[in-house]
Design a protein around this ligand. Structure first.
Ligand code: ATP
Length: 509
């Protein structure tokens, strides 16, 4: 799938607004920073992403069950899980322009660390993406800085230094005002959003909006194994909202304070965790490419040891090359038995299973593939964005913008278009629309569109990624056939109305 290497964020954002994928939240009140509402097409795309994920990872597997836990949980959950104490990022403030940043996002060693690990991990990464190379980092100013400081391919990372010392002694300029040496000492900033339950706002009523869906799964571990008689290896999957009071947000829907996660906690026998971690990394990577993401724009990035979250034994990120550079779309963490043990200790309820072979209770290890819905949506949109040279209906050269979305994800599957608004065509076109929509053959939105010229309507459908257009013309009235136009090739075929829905389904598959 080819797309525009020059695609910039502004182009994508304005297409999304213009065509009803995404709107800024509370726009009529001036908007709320970094919060977005999914419009009529956006909600279809997002639902399709979630449905494709659920189908693949829950319905089509023998070792997975689902769950939908509540966003609000007992505050002790977050104390036991370590989030209340440790779910924080190092925050620094520029004394010149007063903007705040995540210190770890400014650190050259982070980039440098990536370069080092890349070699360690080469066999693993090469398997998945042979194109992956050091030069991919070349556009990053972090990389340039690391090079300037003489970091070569493989030098020990300065782990003995604290983040503060590094920031202090560094020549990292403020990304906004470019002042050097202007950062304050980093302080830990907890990302948990809080709220109060009930009418009295005191410490006793304080609770948190979940920053991940995982804890809802862990605290239900015993309920699920009792109800389903499952034993490891098996997983519990959940899709839901999460909230983080991010220090800096931005890059459209990439980093927001409210977002949605598609998460699995996969429970395995201790000792089998490394193997399952690798397996899950591969399976998750394959899901994106099967849905059309360009392999050359995907890569794996294993975390440096001191970059790991407080619960993690090892983590690999799947990153996508967005218009502004590489960004994480999914993390696959080995959480070991950290969470189940922590909740067992704090709640007094044993969270383990009985291993029949070993004749003992075992606390399983957990592999956690955790994918951002919004980041996936953004990656699919960016990857699908394509510009092509084309010729207009009047024979003039023009640029055709299309979203080459995988049919499974496309917000509109089929558009039914009468050639014109001529009153002789409308009844048949409506009938065809009704027939296709109610056939049960098309799993998604079938749209009727009769506004403006047929050429413009084709372009409009291309721009939102509709894979197939069905055109009803005057010949249809005689031959009971319609024209089916393919988005990517623009080829047009005559297809009989009888059996049309099945034929469309075949083409979408
Ligand atoms: P980052 O390093 O970008 O802050 P993270 O490592 O903290 O991300 P995880 O805790 O692994 O993220 O969360 C799982 C997934 O949730 C991420 O891979 C990402 O797709 C998504 N995600 C995390 N934070 C945000 C956010 N602020 N906005 C949108 N999606 C997010």
């Amino acid at each position: 799938m080819s797309n525009q290497p020059s695609l910039d964020l502004q182009t994508l954002t304005s297409l999304c607004k213009r065509r009803g994928f995404l709107f800024q939240s509370s726009e009529i009140y001036g908007g709320l920073a970094s919060t977005w509402d999914y419009g009529p097409l956006g909600v279809e795309l997002k639902n399709n992403v979630k449905a494709a994920w659920w189908k693949h990872f829950v319905w089509e597997r023998d070792d997975m069950v689902g769950l939908d836990a509540s966003i609000l949980m007992h505050p002790d959950v977050w104390r036991a899980s370590g989030h209340a104490a440790h779910f924080s990022d190092p925050l620094v403030e520029c004394r010149e322009c007063n903007l705040r940043f995540r210190a770890d996002h400014l650190m050259p060693w982070k980039v440098y660390g990536k370069m080092g690990r890349q070699k360690d991990f080469l066999g693993y990464v090469t398997d998945i993406n042979p194109e992956w190379s050091l030069s991919d980092e070349a556009d990053s100013w972090h990389y340039a800085l690391a090079r300037k400081r003489g970091y070569k391919d493989h030098v020990a990372k300065p782990t003995e230094k604290s983040v503060g010392e590094l920031i202090d002694s560094s020549d990292i300029p403020c990304p906004s005002c470019k002042s050097v040496g202007s950062f304050t000492e980093p302080r830990q900033f907890n990302q948990m959003l809080t709220t109060h339950l009930g009418p009295v706002q005191d410490d006793a009523s304080l609770t948190f909006l979940r920053p991940e869906t995982a804890q809802g799964i862990f605290v239900n571990f015993d309920n699920v194994i009792t109800a389903t008689r499952r034993r490891p290896p098996f997983g519990i999957a959940q899709i839901g909202k999460a909230f983080r009071n991010e220090i800096t947000t931005g890059n459209f829907i990439f980093r927001t304070r409210e977002f949605e996660i598609m998460e699995i906690e996969f429970f395995v026998k201790p000792g089998e965790d490394n193997e399952w971690h690798e397996r899950w990394t591969r399976e998750c990577m394959a899901w994106y490419t099967e849905l059309g993401l360009d392999q050359a724009r995907l890569r794996l990035r294993p975390h440096e040891p001191d970059e790991l979250a407080h619960y993690s034994k090892a983590t690999s990120d799947i990153e996508y090359k967005f218009p502004w550079g590489w960004g994480e779309i999914q993390g696959i963490a080995n959480r070991a038995d950290f969470d189940l043990r922590a909740h067992t200790q704090a709640s007094g309820q044993a969270l383990s299973y009985f291993d029949d072979a070993a004749k003992q209770h075992v606390v399983p290890y957990v592999i956690e593939p955790s994918a951002g819905v919004d980041r996936a949506v953004m990656a699919f949109l960016a990857d699908a964005y394509t510009e092509e040279e084309a010729v207009s209906a009047k024979g003039k050269p023009e640029t055709r913008v299309l979203l080459k979305l995988h049919p499974t994800l496309a917000p509109v599957k089929v558009a039914v278009l009468p050639l014109s608004r001529n009153e002789r065509l409308a009844p048949t076109a409506r009938e065809v629309h009704h027939l296709v929509r109610r056939s049960g053959a098309i799993d998604g939105l079938v749209q009727y569109d009769d506004a403006q010229s047929i050429g413009r309507r084709y372009r409009r459908q291309d721009e939102v990624g509709t894979p197939l257009c069905v055109t009803v013309d005057f010949d249809t009235l005689d031959d009971q056939a319609v024209t089916v136009r393919d988005r990517d090739t623009m080829t047009q075929d005559r297809v009989a109305i009888e059996g049309l829905a099945q034929e469309l389904r075949r083409r979408l598959e």
